[in-house]
Design a protein around this ligand. Sequence first.
Ligand SMILES: [Zn+2]
Length: 154
Amino acid sequence: MKLVCKHNGLELSVETLLLDKLYLAGMRHYPKEFGGLLIGRYSHDKKTCYVTDTILPKKYSSSRSTFERGKEGLKKKLVEFYNNDPPLIYIGEWHTHPDSKPEPSETDKQAMQEISEHENVTIQNPILLIIGVNKQRYEPKFYLSLNNKLYEYE
Ligand SMILES: [Zn+2]
């Protein structure tokens, strides 16, 4: 599906197949939250972000309403994706909200801000995907982290 951030017109493209895969990975940890990194690439004009893959963390801590991933082993996998043709890079984070709406919590907002400011990432405006999940269905929502705020892709 193709989404647009109305705030600035930036587009995001993602295959349903990937979302299905993230949903399944998330449900293996239901009713706790789970998540990982989003991998992809940008168009030459930087206007469209293609979300194509994920890296799942080896270490993490989670509960029904929190998720914090570790960093172990992620660098090696990021290098492997970067050596792909075309190179695939880190574009953001995703996690599930079990039995809940895909709206960012205060913790989510803070976490994205910290990632923009402190993590050694290749992009300044990481994307956050929250997937509201239950046993029947899932609802994904993408957000762009920009100047300390999260803007929804619709
Ligand atoms: Zn959250």
